[in-house]
Design a protein around this ligand. Structure first.
Ligand code: IDP
Ligand code: MG
Length: 138
């Protein structure tokens, strides 16, 4: 069993898609073992996306991610990290396969509905960024 961090991004939360996206996870056998709604500050978003600091889109991305509420969640299941990345689809919804969350719900390369950890190592770090052990009930 693995755990991975998922974020439902402001564009999808605003369009009331949390339940529709959550049902994709549950139908694929991933269990939502922790979940909360929160509004990041710009500096919290900058810290979370620090690995992208040098990228041209970093400032815009951090502004967007702190512009409106997000939903942070931990998904648990067999191969949760890679399974979630498959469910999400490619970063740019235009390139994502039909039936993926980003293809079906994303509005563009930045406003692409969801974030998912890209490795087990990053999943541990990203889960620790948003959740304490006390909030995680398997
Ligand atoms: P990922 O979310 O598929 O792992 P990353 O390369 O880690 O993609 O990028 C993090 C986030 O930054 C993306 O989900 C997207 O919101 C945003 N992003 C990535 N590339 C671009 C771009 O070329 N323009 C604008 N935003 C981008
Ligand atoms: Mg990434």
């Amino acid at each position: 069993m693995e755990r991975t961090l998922s974020l439902i991004k402001p564009d999808a939360v605003f369009r009331n898609l949390t339940g529709a996206i959550n049902s994709r996870f549950e139908q694929a056998g991933l269990r939502i073992i922790a979940q909360k709604r929160l509004l990041l500050t710009k500096s919290q978003a900058e810290k979370f996306y620090e690995i992208h600091r040098e990228r041209a889109f970093y400032g815009s991305l951090c502004g967007y991610m702190s512009s409106a509420p997000i939903v942070a969640q931990i998904l648990c299941g067999k191969n949760a990290v890679s399974k979630n990345r498959e469910l999400m689809g490619a970063t740019n919804p235009a390139n994502a396969e039909i039936g993926t969350i980003r293809r079906d719900f994303g509005e563009g390369v930045e406003r692409n509905a969801v974030h998912g950890s890209d490795s087990l190592e990053n999943a541990v770090l990203e889960i620790g960024f948003f959740f304490s052990e006390l909030e995680i009930i398997e």
